[in-house]
Design a protein around this ligand. Structure first.
Ligand SMILES: Nc1nc2c(ncn2[C@@H]2O[C@H](COP(=O)(O)OP(=O)(O)O)[C@@H](O)[C@H]2O)c(=O)[nH]1
Ligand SMILES: [Mg+2]
Ligand SMILES: [Zn+2]
Length: 292
Protein backbone atom coordinates (compact mmCIF):
# COMPACT_ATOMS: atom_id res chain seq x y z
CA UNK A 1 0.00 0.00 0.00
CA UNK A 2 1.32 3.45 -0.84
CA UNK A 3 0.27 6.76 0.64
CA UNK A 4 1.15 10.33 -0.28
CA UNK A 5 3.12 12.43 2.17
CA UNK A 6 4.96 15.74 2.11
CA UNK A 7 8.55 16.19 3.21
CA UNK A 8 8.96 18.53 6.18
CA UNK A 9 12.74 18.05 6.52
CA UNK A 10 15.46 15.68 5.43
CA UNK A 11 18.34 14.07 7.25
CA UNK A 12 21.04 11.79 5.82
CA UNK A 13 18.92 8.89 4.59
CA UNK A 14 15.64 9.57 6.33
CA UNK A 15 13.02 12.23 5.87
CA UNK A 16 10.38 13.62 8.19
CA UNK A 17 6.99 13.62 6.51
CA UNK A 18 3.40 14.60 7.07
CA UNK A 19 0.46 12.85 5.44
CA UNK A 20 -1.09 15.07 2.77
CA UNK A 21 -4.62 14.58 4.13
CA UNK A 22 -4.38 13.63 7.81
CA UNK A 23 -1.11 15.56 8.48
CA UNK A 24 0.06 12.63 10.60
CA UNK A 25 3.84 12.82 11.07
CA UNK A 26 6.18 9.91 10.32
CA UNK A 27 9.83 9.28 9.48
CA UNK A 28 10.73 7.34 6.35
CA UNK A 29 13.87 5.98 4.73
CA UNK A 30 14.80 6.85 1.19
CA UNK A 31 17.20 5.15 -1.21
CA UNK A 32 20.41 6.96 -2.06
CA UNK A 33 19.38 7.81 -5.62
CA UNK A 34 16.30 9.71 -4.51
CA UNK A 35 17.09 13.19 -3.33
CA UNK A 36 13.97 14.46 -1.62
CA UNK A 37 13.93 18.06 -0.43
CA UNK A 38 11.65 19.94 1.93
CA UNK A 39 8.19 20.41 0.39
CA UNK A 40 8.43 17.43 -1.94
CA UNK A 41 5.36 15.27 -2.38
CA UNK A 42 6.37 11.62 -2.06
CA UNK A 43 4.82 8.17 -2.35
CA UNK A 44 5.54 6.05 0.71
CA UNK A 45 5.15 2.29 1.18
CA UNK A 46 5.07 0.41 4.45
CA UNK A 47 7.47 -2.51 4.73
CA UNK A 48 6.99 -4.51 7.94
CA UNK A 49 7.04 -1.64 10.41
CA UNK A 50 9.21 0.62 8.31
CA UNK A 51 8.27 3.42 5.96
CA UNK A 52 10.13 3.84 2.71
CA UNK A 53 9.91 6.59 0.07
CA UNK A 54 9.25 5.01 -3.35
CA UNK A 55 8.92 8.01 -5.57
CA UNK A 56 9.07 11.81 -5.59
CA UNK A 57 6.18 13.39 -7.47
CA UNK A 58 7.05 15.91 -10.15
CA UNK A 59 7.96 19.27 -8.62
CA UNK A 60 5.75 22.24 -9.46
CA UNK A 61 8.75 24.50 -8.84
CA UNK A 62 11.59 24.86 -6.39
CA UNK A 63 13.08 27.68 -4.43
CA UNK A 64 16.84 27.72 -5.02
CA UNK A 65 19.93 29.59 -3.98
CA UNK A 66 23.65 29.49 -4.69
CA UNK A 67 25.82 27.08 -2.76
CA UNK A 68 29.26 28.35 -1.75
CA UNK A 69 30.56 27.77 -5.30
CA UNK A 70 27.73 29.44 -7.18
CA UNK A 71 25.93 26.27 -8.17
CA UNK A 72 22.15 26.10 -8.07
CA UNK A 73 21.04 24.46 -4.85
CA UNK A 74 17.42 23.34 -4.47
CA UNK A 75 16.08 24.33 -1.06
CA UNK A 76 12.35 23.68 -1.08
CA UNK A 77 9.83 22.31 -3.57
CA UNK A 78 6.22 23.10 -4.46
CA UNK A 79 6.25 26.59 -3.00
CA UNK A 80 3.23 28.84 -3.72
CA UNK A 81 4.52 32.04 -2.19
CA UNK A 82 7.65 33.68 -0.90
CA UNK A 83 7.25 36.07 2.01
CA UNK A 84 10.15 38.51 1.63
CA UNK A 85 10.60 40.30 4.94
CA UNK A 86 12.48 43.57 5.15
CA UNK A 87 12.78 45.82 8.18
CA UNK A 88 13.59 49.36 9.18
CA UNK A 89 16.39 47.81 11.23
CA UNK A 90 18.48 45.97 10.01
CA UNK A 91 17.72 47.88 6.79
CA UNK A 92 17.74 45.82 3.60
CA UNK A 93 21.08 45.46 1.88
CA UNK A 94 21.25 46.79 -1.66
CA UNK A 95 19.61 44.55 -4.28
CA UNK A 96 18.40 41.93 -1.80
CA UNK A 97 14.73 42.46 -2.68
CA UNK A 98 15.41 42.37 -6.42
CA UNK A 99 17.49 39.19 -6.06
CA UNK A 100 14.61 37.43 -4.31
CA UNK A 101 12.20 38.74 -6.94
CA UNK A 102 14.35 37.32 -9.76
CA UNK A 103 14.07 33.82 -8.26
CA UNK A 104 10.37 34.28 -7.56
CA UNK A 105 9.67 35.33 -11.16
CA UNK A 106 11.81 32.57 -12.68
CA UNK A 107 10.27 29.84 -10.52
CA UNK A 108 6.70 31.12 -10.59
CA UNK A 109 6.47 31.78 -6.85
CA UNK A 110 4.16 34.65 -5.83
CA UNK A 111 6.09 37.23 -3.80
CA UNK A 112 4.60 38.91 -0.74
CA UNK A 113 6.65 41.99 0.17
CA UNK A 114 6.60 42.57 3.91
CA UNK A 115 7.98 45.79 5.36
CA UNK A 116 8.31 45.16 9.08
CA UNK A 117 9.10 47.17 12.22
CA UNK A 118 6.87 50.01 11.03
CA UNK A 119 6.57 51.02 14.69
CA UNK A 120 10.18 52.28 14.63
CA UNK A 121 9.64 54.53 11.59
CA UNK A 122 6.30 54.33 9.76
CA UNK A 123 7.58 56.40 6.81
CA UNK A 124 10.84 54.55 6.22
CA UNK A 125 9.56 52.44 3.31
CA UNK A 126 7.01 54.85 1.78
CA UNK A 127 8.84 55.25 -1.54
CA UNK A 128 9.79 51.60 -1.85
CA UNK A 129 6.22 50.50 -1.13
CA UNK A 130 4.87 52.90 -3.76
CA UNK A 131 7.36 51.76 -6.35
CA UNK A 132 6.74 48.03 -5.89
CA UNK A 133 2.96 48.48 -5.66
CA UNK A 134 3.13 50.21 -9.04
CA UNK A 135 5.04 47.25 -10.43
CA UNK A 136 2.08 45.12 -9.32
CA UNK A 137 3.53 43.45 -6.23
CA UNK A 138 1.54 42.85 -3.05
CA UNK A 139 3.03 44.83 -0.17
CA UNK A 140 2.36 44.76 3.57
CA UNK A 141 3.50 47.20 6.24
CA UNK A 142 3.70 45.36 9.55
CA UNK A 143 4.81 45.50 13.14
CA UNK A 144 4.90 42.55 15.48
CA UNK A 145 3.69 44.92 18.18
CA UNK A 146 0.36 45.49 16.42
CA UNK A 147 -1.66 42.37 15.47
CA UNK A 148 -3.92 44.51 13.26
CA UNK A 149 -1.05 45.01 10.83
CA UNK A 150 -0.87 41.30 9.97
CA UNK A 151 -4.56 40.51 9.42
CA UNK A 152 -4.35 40.82 5.63
CA UNK A 153 -1.03 39.00 5.39
CA UNK A 154 -2.32 36.18 7.58
CA UNK A 155 -5.25 35.64 5.21
CA UNK A 156 -2.77 35.23 2.36
CA UNK A 157 -1.12 32.30 4.12
CA UNK A 158 -4.26 30.14 4.27
CA UNK A 159 -4.25 26.95 2.17
CA UNK A 160 -0.81 27.74 0.75
CA UNK A 161 2.84 26.82 1.13
CA UNK A 162 4.91 29.90 1.90
CA UNK A 163 8.66 30.15 2.25
CA UNK A 164 10.13 32.80 4.55
CA UNK A 165 12.95 34.94 3.24
CA UNK A 166 14.90 37.88 4.55
CA UNK A 167 17.96 38.82 6.51
CA UNK A 168 18.45 37.60 10.04
CA UNK A 169 16.80 39.89 12.60
CA UNK A 170 14.11 41.41 10.37
CA UNK A 171 11.32 39.68 12.31
CA UNK A 172 10.46 36.50 10.38
CA UNK A 173 10.04 34.44 13.55
CA UNK A 174 8.14 37.18 15.40
CA UNK A 175 5.66 37.68 12.53
CA UNK A 176 5.15 33.94 12.06
CA UNK A 177 4.46 33.51 15.77
CA UNK A 178 1.95 36.34 15.65
CA UNK A 179 0.08 34.90 12.65
CA UNK A 180 0.46 31.17 13.33
CA UNK A 181 0.72 30.60 17.08
CA UNK A 182 0.71 26.81 16.54
CA UNK A 183 3.97 26.99 14.62
CA UNK A 184 7.11 27.09 16.71
CA UNK A 185 10.01 28.15 14.55
CA UNK A 186 13.48 27.29 15.74
CA UNK A 187 15.02 30.56 16.83
CA UNK A 188 18.64 31.10 16.03
CA UNK A 189 19.41 33.60 18.77
CA UNK A 190 22.50 35.60 17.91
CA UNK A 191 25.46 35.04 20.16
CA UNK A 192 26.59 38.17 22.04
CA UNK A 193 30.25 37.34 21.57
CA UNK A 194 30.47 36.64 17.87
CA UNK A 195 27.28 38.24 16.56
CA UNK A 196 26.77 35.01 14.66
CA UNK A 197 24.08 32.44 15.28
CA UNK A 198 24.95 30.22 18.20
CA UNK A 199 23.58 27.09 16.54
CA UNK A 200 23.61 28.11 12.92
CA UNK A 201 21.72 25.20 11.48
CA UNK A 202 20.93 25.35 7.81
CA UNK A 203 18.15 22.78 8.11
CA UNK A 204 15.18 23.72 6.00
CA UNK A 205 11.97 22.88 7.81
CA UNK A 206 8.30 23.00 6.84
CA UNK A 207 5.71 23.65 9.55
CA UNK A 208 1.98 22.96 9.27
CA UNK A 209 -0.69 25.17 10.81
CA UNK A 210 -3.97 23.28 11.04
CA UNK A 211 -6.17 26.32 11.74
CA UNK A 212 -5.29 28.07 8.48
CA UNK A 213 -4.18 24.92 6.64
CA UNK A 214 -0.98 26.81 6.00
CA UNK A 215 2.50 25.44 5.45
CA UNK A 216 5.45 27.65 6.34
CA UNK A 217 8.98 26.86 5.27
CA UNK A 218 11.86 28.30 7.24
CA UNK A 219 15.34 27.97 5.83
CA UNK A 220 17.76 29.68 8.16
CA UNK A 221 20.63 30.67 5.92
CA UNK A 222 24.18 30.75 7.10
CA UNK A 223 25.16 33.16 4.34
CA UNK A 224 23.39 36.11 2.87
CA UNK A 225 21.10 35.00 0.07
CA UNK A 226 22.92 34.65 -3.25
CA UNK A 227 21.80 33.92 -6.78
CA UNK A 228 23.48 31.02 -8.54
CA UNK A 229 25.34 31.55 -11.80
CA UNK A 230 22.83 32.83 -14.36
CA UNK A 231 23.21 34.74 -17.59
CA UNK A 232 21.94 38.26 -18.30
CA UNK A 233 18.85 36.97 -20.11
CA UNK A 234 17.74 34.95 -17.10
CA UNK A 235 18.29 37.87 -14.75
CA UNK A 236 16.43 40.23 -17.10
CA UNK A 237 13.49 37.79 -17.16
CA UNK A 238 13.19 38.32 -13.39
CA UNK A 239 12.59 42.08 -13.80
CA UNK A 240 8.86 42.35 -14.60
CA UNK A 241 9.22 46.01 -15.61
CA UNK A 242 11.43 44.85 -18.53
CA UNK A 243 8.69 42.55 -19.90
CA UNK A 244 7.01 45.13 -22.16
CA UNK A 245 10.29 45.84 -23.99
CA UNK A 246 11.62 42.32 -24.35
CA UNK A 247 12.28 41.26 -27.93
CA UNK A 248 12.45 44.87 -29.10
CA UNK A 249 16.21 45.37 -28.85
CA UNK A 250 18.22 45.67 -32.09
CA UNK A 251 20.22 42.55 -31.24
CA UNK A 252 18.35 39.40 -30.23
CA UNK A 253 21.15 38.49 -27.79
CA UNK A 254 21.18 41.98 -26.22
CA UNK A 255 22.32 42.01 -22.58
CA UNK A 256 20.88 45.54 -22.11
CA UNK A 257 24.21 46.79 -20.82
CA UNK A 258 26.01 48.57 -23.65
CA UNK A 259 24.41 47.56 -26.96
CA UNK A 260 23.13 50.17 -29.44
CA UNK A 261 19.41 50.09 -30.11
CA UNK A 262 18.60 48.58 -26.71
CA UNK A 263 14.88 48.88 -25.93
CA UNK A 264 15.47 48.49 -22.18
CA UNK A 265 18.05 51.30 -22.01
CA UNK A 266 15.77 53.42 -24.14
CA UNK A 267 12.87 52.81 -21.72
CA UNK A 268 15.13 53.80 -18.81
CA UNK A 269 16.02 57.06 -20.62
CA UNK A 270 12.34 57.82 -21.11
CA UNK A 271 11.58 57.14 -17.47
CA UNK A 272 9.42 54.11 -18.29
CA UNK A 273 11.71 51.86 -16.28
CA UNK A 274 12.96 53.30 -12.97
CA UNK A 275 16.70 53.99 -12.86
CA UNK A 276 17.13 52.31 -9.48
CA UNK A 277 15.74 49.04 -10.86
CA UNK A 278 17.93 49.18 -13.97
CA UNK A 279 21.04 49.95 -11.89
CA UNK A 280 20.19 47.04 -9.65
CA UNK A 281 19.93 44.83 -12.75
CA UNK A 282 23.42 45.97 -13.83
CA UNK A 283 24.88 45.22 -10.40
CA UNK A 284 23.26 41.77 -10.28
CA UNK A 285 24.61 40.89 -13.73
CA UNK A 286 28.02 42.21 -12.68
CA UNK A 287 27.95 40.20 -9.43
CA UNK A 288 27.95 36.98 -11.48
CA UNK A 289 31.67 37.45 -12.16
CA UNK A 290 32.19 36.47 -8.53
CA UNK A 291 31.45 32.86 -9.52
CA UNK A 292 33.90 32.63 -12.41
N1 LIG B 1 10.43 47.21 17.02
C1 LIG B 1 10.18 46.04 16.43
N2 LIG B 1 10.96 44.98 16.71
C2 LIG B 1 10.68 43.79 16.10
C3 LIG B 1 9.59 43.65 15.20
N3 LIG B 1 9.56 42.37 14.75
C4 LIG B 1 10.60 41.75 15.34
N4 LIG B 1 11.26 42.59 16.17
C5 LIG B 1 12.45 42.27 16.99
O1 LIG B 1 13.56 42.01 16.12
C6 LIG B 1 14.39 40.98 16.67
C7 LIG B 1 14.55 39.86 15.63
O2 LIG B 1 13.30 39.24 15.41
P1 LIG B 1 13.16 37.76 14.85
O3 LIG B 1 11.73 37.47 14.70
O4 LIG B 1 13.97 36.80 15.66
O5 LIG B 1 13.88 37.92 13.41
P2 LIG B 1 14.28 36.80 12.35
O6 LIG B 1 15.75 36.57 12.52
O7 LIG B 1 13.98 37.39 11.02
O8 LIG B 1 13.46 35.58 12.63
C8 LIG B 1 13.70 40.52 17.94
O9 LIG B 1 14.34 41.16 19.03
C9 LIG B 1 12.28 41.01 17.79
O10 LIG B 1 11.64 41.26 19.03
C10 LIG B 1 8.76 44.82 14.94
O11 LIG B 1 7.79 44.80 14.18
N5 LIG B 1 9.12 45.97 15.60
MG1 LIG C 1 14.16 33.60 13.01
ZN1 LIG D 1 18.63 45.41 -24.81
Amino acid sequence: MTETYRVTSTQKNTASLIHTNTHQAINAFFPRKLKPICGDEVLVETLKSEYRIKKINRRQNSFCRADNRGRKQHIAANVDQIMIVMAVEPAPTRDILNRYLVVAEIEGITPLLVFNKADIDPLFFVNTINQYEQLGYQTYKTSHKDPNTVIELKQQLANKTTILAGQSGVGKSSLTELMLPEVKLKTGKLSDKTGKGAHTTSVTQMYHDATLNANIIDSPGVWEYGLWLMDAAEIASGFIDFDDYMGQCKFSNCTHIHEPGCAIMNAVKQGLIKTNRYESYLRIVDSMKYWS
